[in-house]
Design a protein around this ligand. Structure first.
Ligand code: 5GP
Length: 229
């Protein structure tokens, strides 16, 4: 027998197992977090972005009036219907939808810039927006947030005290149709326990960041995806 077969110290010309010849950098991607209103998407996304520095929240535009604690440019960019429609005609939204009587849209430019910069750009959008993004960006990673029960959904929607009883009733009415769409998604997260659901989202991000097809070589040495740079 010739050579060291342990595979730990020597191998092909100059390649040491302790030190790879190049470094890897995970590439960015779009992370769609969708599901019915009241499933808890907002809180989950907030926690994910706090926990993972590579994750950035995509600030949507909306024609809905701000709630008392909301600040323009933080939760949303609040627009008049006219301005929203102007931007929509100018092709500035990756997707847009009318949700419970108001217009919501994802600005395309910051999303694409974030992905190019290697970030995980997190979209908290409704299920119509989820379908549009899957069509426009087949590479997007899509997670569906499922409430533990219809009762829990009802409790969350009424407990928020941000909507009138009519709005809550409308949201509950469309929920079963929205829930049926989970099959179109890559991942299902049941939001029964907040901490566990957050852990799930973090695990999804970590796994997707480790995908070989997304890795980029970050040193000047030739790496496996050098031709992509
Ligand atoms: P809220 O008005 O309660 O903040 O949000 C209502 C719904 O609109 C939520 O389901 C939220 O995920 C969704 N939403 C927020 N931003 C967007 C967006 O840019 N596009 C779409 N399609 N839905 C959005």
């Amino acid at each position: 027998m010739t050579g060291d077969m342990s595979g730990t110290k020597s191998g092909a010309a100059g390649v040491s197992a302790e030190e790879p010849p190049f470094r890897f950098e995970p590439g960015g991607f779009l992370f769609v977090v969708s599901g019915p209103s009241g499933a808890g998407k907002g809180t989950l996304v907030e926690r994910l972005v706090e926990l993972r520095p590579e994750c950035v929240f995509s600030i949507s535009c909306t024609t809905r009036p701000p709630r008392p604690h909301e600040m323009d440019g933080k939760e949303y960019e609040f627009l008049t219907r006219e301005e929203f429609e102007r931007r929509r005609s100018a092709g500035r939204f990756l997707e847009w939808a009318e949700v419970h009587g108001n217009l919501y849209g994802t600005p395309v430019e910051p999303v694409d810039a974030g992905v190019r910069a290697g970030r995980v750009v997190v979209l908290d959008i409704d299920v119509q927006g989820g379908s549009s993004v899957r069509r426009a960006r087949p590479d997007a990673v899509c997670a569906f947030i499922y409430p533990p029960s219809m009762d829990a959904l009802r409790q969350r929607l009424t407990g928020r005290n941000t909507e009138t009883p009519e709005v809550v009733a409308r949201r509950l009415e469309v929920a079963p149709r929205e829930l049926a769409q989970y099959r179109e998604y890559d991942y299902l997260v049941i939001n029964e326990n907040l901490d566990r659901a957050v852990e799930r989202l973090v695990a999804i991000v970590d796994a997707e960041r480790a995908r070989v097809r997304r890795l980029r070589a970050s040193s000047d040495d030739a790496g496996p995806t050098r031709s992509d740079r």
